[in-house]
Structure formats: structure tokens, C-alpha cells
Design a protein around this ligand. Structure first.
Ligand code: HEM
Length: 535
């Protein structure tokens, strides 16, 4: 055999192998690109984009969540398709379709997305990620870290004695913060309204969740948490986060270390049932202690990030909306009990009865959430399925931005863009859409389990604050702050800049002593359809 023929054989053979590999790769790339960017006419209509391929990215970075509203007006469909580089996305715009999505929670699933988000946000080890991924969507039954954590959190946060225990600690702490804030008679103080609220709510919430050994009692740890929160976007989508998001990652590590020390010292033994139950589920699923601590930093996002801005907007809008503060003060004053103790007037406020006795306060709070929420419920399409008459492709992401629903004039009427504190009054039921259109707490299986606690906390802060203090903006007028830098995990808009305010003891109440009580919070305030069913 001559060697040239052998070599030419190999030459031909390697050429054809090479060609086959190239052809294979091209086909693969074509197929996956078609899957991502190709559009089947049975899928929801394509939303137009100004620049091919990257138009939506540009739109989202410019207009944030309002971009979804623009697209929903342009497409005028109950659901539309957005193609982003590397990801196909469907956006639902009508409540009827959201109801159907919520019923198909295994095929349009939240847990797989949350697990990916948690692993990245918390910086969990590969071992802990594997534990979380096991039966993440509950397809094999209600076991595993993911499924058991949902059950434990829901049980711990439902109205009843466990939630009351958390609420009592929270109210004590809010009262302490206000005692410290209230200036002496005839004096005044200047504070950053957002900073003060964030500190007060961080302390009150974390003491009620983590008990007497609360890691956030150390101001450095609380500040590190907020530094981490401010850098979430760079951790999630930044290029080489270990370099570009160094500071928030270091802040996260600091908080995680504090949690590790807390768990090692047995701090969780005296914590709320919520913290204990989460910890026990993680121990039962063999999550290493370092990762339990890391996951707790992620858990703090859910319990902290939305309540402070909700309280901020409630106080801001109550003070800036003409006449509203006076009306709500009248409502709160009317059911405050007044007694005299050694010549001092004592006013007792029972937070439990706030909900039943202050309909305008309650309605304003709900309107604050409608007006200021910008969260989006997200699902992963687990297999090709039909949603109503539209085909959804496996691997795509489905979004249900609350803002589209909350800003839909066909649902809320022509005043949709206005802040109307009376919108949620019982007598207005006929003039507003069904409860399912109120999406501030999400809905269905992933409905926020912390809504009762958060509602008590915001109402308590607002009622006690306005009863005890007069507040005026240092600049002379209430100016609505911009909200462009709201972080990705937030459901409620965050103000970009703080508002400097001047605080005085409320005129006519300078010598009053305040007692704040909470009896039992088992009376559910039905704000969402799910609560009406529970009630
Ligand atoms: C005004 C304050 C709050 C708002 C507006 C809010 C809103 C939300 C929303 C929209 C979701 C996602 C629901 C979905 O995707 O369908 C959520 C999830 C969650 N929230 Fe809240 N939340 C607030 C306060 C709280 C508090 C104080 C806690 C705990 C004490 C809490 C605990 C949680 C948890 C654990 C989840 C995750 C539930 C899951 O993964 O299924 N939230 N919240």
C-alpha cells in the first residue's frame, strides 16, 4: 500500500468529518436561534422593537417597567412575545389570562426560576445549589428544600398566634424608634425621611423575625445588607461580577458571616417561628451551615426590601395629597382611647382595630401599593403548552408585570394615572375592578405570604407617626422623587433620592404619652381574592 493513498484517505476523511462537524454546528445554532428568535404564528404576537435584536434591551434599560406598558399599548393583545438576545419572553397583559397562568403552576412554574435567582443572588455553594435543585418544582411530590421551604414560610406567616408574636415585637420596636425620634416640646429635628424609615423598619422587622440575637442589631451588618441590595443588579447581570460587583459581594459575605455566627450561637432558638421553620427545613435537607447563612441573606430581601418603600410612599402621599392627612388623622384620633395618668394625657392606639376603624387609611394604603408597585411575577415555561389559544414554547420566560394591570384604564377608569385614596373604600367596590386586578402581592401559588405582616407594619408606622408628629419638607414643597434606580428584586418603587424633612411633636399633643397595643390579628383584611376565600 502506498502511503499517499492512505494519507489522501485520511485527508478526505478528516475533511468530511470537519465538514460534518461544521454542518452539525450550523444546524444546531440555526435551530436554537430559531427556537429563541423564530416566531411560530401560533405563539403570542411579536412586540415590535425599534432596533433589531437589541431594541427591547434598550427599551427596558431606558424605561424600566414602563416599557412593558408601552409595548402592551402597541400590541394591544392579552399576551405578546418579546425576543431578547438568548431569551424568549412572553408578557401577559390581562387579568383573565393571569388567572389561567396561575392555575397551571407546574407547567408555568416559579420555583425553578427562584432557585436560579437564589443561587446567584446568595452565592450558594454547588452542593447547596444541587440540594435546592432536587425536586425543585415538586414534580415528584411535596418534598425537598424548595417545596418544604414554601410550606414552612406560608404556615409561619398566616394570621394566628405565631404572626401575632412577630407583630407585637415589631410594634414595640416601631414605638421605640418613634420615642427616640420625637423632639422635645418646642424643638425640631431634621431627618432623611427614607433613611429613617428604612432603619426603623429594618430594626423592627428583623428583631421580630430573628429574635434577641438578631444579626441586624449591629448597624454595620444592616448597612452591609443595604449595600448588597443596592448592587443586586450588578451581581445578577453584570459582566464578571467577581470584579465589577466586588463591593456588594463583599457586603453580602459580611452579612452571611454574621448569620453563620448567629446560627452557631443558637440565636435561632429564640427567634420567630418563621426563622425557626426555615432553618429546620434547611437542616433536614442537609444544607451546610455556611449556605444556610448565605440563603438567609437572600431571605432578608423578601422580608425587608418592599416594606420600607411602601411606608415611605404612604407617608409621602398622605402628606402631599391635599387634605388627606387631616382626614386620616381624624379617623385615627376618633378611635384612640384617651385616659389620664397622674395628670398626663395617655392615648392608647390599638393596631388590631386600625383595620376595622380606619377605612380611608386602609384604602389609601392599598392605593399606595397600586400606584407605586412595579414588580413582575415570573414563570418558566416547562414544556410546550397552549395558554388559551396561544402556543408557549419550552424554555421561554413568562412575565406578568403588575404595572400593566395597575395602569390599565379599561380596568380602573380614566383616573387610572391619579393617586385616588378613596379608590379602595368599601362603597367604591362597583367603581373598581375585581380584587384579582390588585397585583401588588402577586397571586396564586406564589402570593406573598408576608402580606399580613407587611400590612400591619406599614399601617402601624403610618398611624403612630401621624398621630405623634408633624412633618414638613425642608425644601418647602413635597416633590415626587424619581425612581429610576429601583433595584431588580423590589416590588415597590424606591426613591432615587431621600427627602429631607423637619419633624416636631404634633401640635396640641406635645405632652401626650402614647401606648400602642396589638391584640389579635386573626381578623384577615381581605385585599386579594385569596384572602376573601380564606376569610
Ligand atoms: C409591602 C410589602 C411587601 C410587598 C408589596 C410584597 C410583595 C411580594 C410579591 C409581589 C411577591 C412575589 C409574588 C409573585 O411572584 O406572585 C412576594 C413574595 C414573597 N414575600 Fe412579599 N411583599 C412584601 C413584604 C413581605 C414581608 C414583610 C415578608 C416577610 C415577613 C414577605 C415575604 C415574602 C416571601 C417569603 C415571598 C416569596 C414567596 C414565594 O417564593 O412563593 N413579603 N412578595
Amino acid at each position: 500500500m502506498s502511503s499517499p493513498s492512505l494519507s489522501s484517505f485520511f485527508a478526505i476523511s478528516s475533511d468530511s468529518t470537519f465538514l460534518l462537524i461544521v454542518a452539525g454546528l450550523v444546524t444546531l445554532i440555526y435551530l436554537s436561534a430559531r427556537r429563541m428568535f423564530g416566531h411560530d404564528p401560533r405563539e403570542p404576537p411579536l412586540a415590535p422593537q425599534s432596533i433589531p435584536l437589541i431594541g427591547h434591551m434598550v427599551g427596558l434599560s431606558k424605561s424600566s417597567f414602563n416599557y412593558y406598558i408601552d409595548l402592551s399599548h402597541k400590541t394591544d393583545a392579552p399576551i405578546f412575545t418579546m425576543t431578547l438576545p438568548g431569551q424568549k419572553m412572553y408578557v401577559v397583559t390581562k387579568p383573565e389570562l393571569i388567572q389561567i397562568v396561575q392555575k397551571q403552576h407546574k407547567t408555568l412554574a416559579f420555583p425553578p426560576i427562584e432557585a436560579k435567582f437564589a443561587s446567584k443572588v446568595c452565592g450558594a455553594s454547588p452542593e447547596a445549589q444541587a440540594i435546592l435543585d432536587k425536586n425543585v418544582n415538586g414534580d415528584e411530590g411535596d418534598f425537598g428544600l424548595s417545596m418544604e421551604s414554601y410550606t414552612a414560610m406560608r404556615a409561619a406567616l398566616k394570621p394566628g398566634s405565631q404572626l401575632d408574636d412577630m407583630n407585637r415585637v415589631m410594634i414595640q420596636e416601631i414605638t421605640k424608634s418613634l420615642d427616640m425620634l420625637q423632639p422635645a416640646k418646642g424643638e425640631s429635628k431634621r431627618i432623611g425621611m427614607n433613611t429613617w424609615l428604612r432603619d426603623a423598619i429594618t430594626t423592627a422587622t428583623t428583631r421580630s423575625v430573628y429574635g434577641p440575637m438578631n444579626p441586624y442589631d449591629n448597624k454595620e451588618i444592616a448597612d452591609a445588607f443595604w449595600e448588597f441590595e443596592g448592587g443586586l443588579m450588578s451581581i445578577l447581570v453584570g459582566f464578571l461580577p467577581s470584579i465589577t460587583a466586588r463591593k456588594p459581594i463583599a457586603a453580602r459575605a459580611k452579612v452571611a458571616k454574621a448569620f453563620e455566627a448567629y446560627f452557631k450561637a443558637g440565636g435561632v432558638k429564640n427567634a420567630s417561628v418563621l426563622a425557626q421553620a426555615r432553618y429546620q427545613v434547611e437542616v433536614d435537607n442537609n444544607v451546610p451551615l455556611e449556605d444556610i447563612a448565605r440563603y438567609e441573606v437572600g431571605g432578608s430581601i423578601a422580608i425587608l426590601v418592599n416594606t420600607a418603600p411602601a411606608a415611605f410612599w404612604a407617608l409621602f402621599l398622605l402628606h402631599s395629597h391635599p387634605g388627606l392627612l387631616e382626614e386620616i388623622r381624624k379617623e385615627v384620633d376618633a378611635f384612640t382611647e384617651t385616659t389620664t395618668e397622674n395628670g398626663t394625657t395617655v392615648k392608647t392606639l390599638d393596631i388590631t382595630t386600625l383595620k376595622a376603624n380606619c377605612p380611608l387609611l386602609l384604602s389609601s394604603y392599598q392605593e399606595v401599593l397600586r400606584y407605586c408597585s412595579m414588580g413582575t411575577s415570573v414563570r418558566e415555561v416547562m414544556e410546550d403548552i397552549y395558554l388559551d389559544r396561544w402556543l408557549l414554547k419550552k424554555g421561554a420566560i413568562l412575565q406578568m408585570p403588575s404595572r400593566i394591570i395597575h395602569q390599565d384604564a379599561s380596568l380602573w377608569g380614566s383616573s387610572v394615572a391619579d393617586f385616588n385614596p378613596r379608590r379602595f373604600l368599601p362603597k367604591e367596590t362597583k367603581n373598581r375592578p375585581r380584587d384579582v386586578c390588585f397585583r401588588a402581592f402577586g397571586g396564586g401559588k406564589t402570593l406573598c405570604p408576608g402580606r399580613h405582616f407587611a400590612t400591619n407594619e406599614v399601617l402601624a408606622v403610618v398611624a403612630i407617626f401621624i398621630s405623634r408628629l408633624d412633618m414638613t419638607p425642608v425644601g418647602g414643597a413635597w416633590k415626587f422623587p424619581t425612581t429610576a434606580n429601583t433595584n431588580v428584586a423590589a416590588v415597590v418603587m424606591e426613591p432615587d433620592d431621600d427627602i429631607e424633612v423637619e419633624i416636631k411633636a404634633r401640635q396640641g399633643f406635645e405632652d401626650t404619652k402614647w401606648v400602642i397595643n396589638l391584640d389579635k390579628s386573626d381578623k384577615i383584611f381581605a385585599m386579594v381574592t385569596e384572602d376573601s376565600n380564606e376569610a
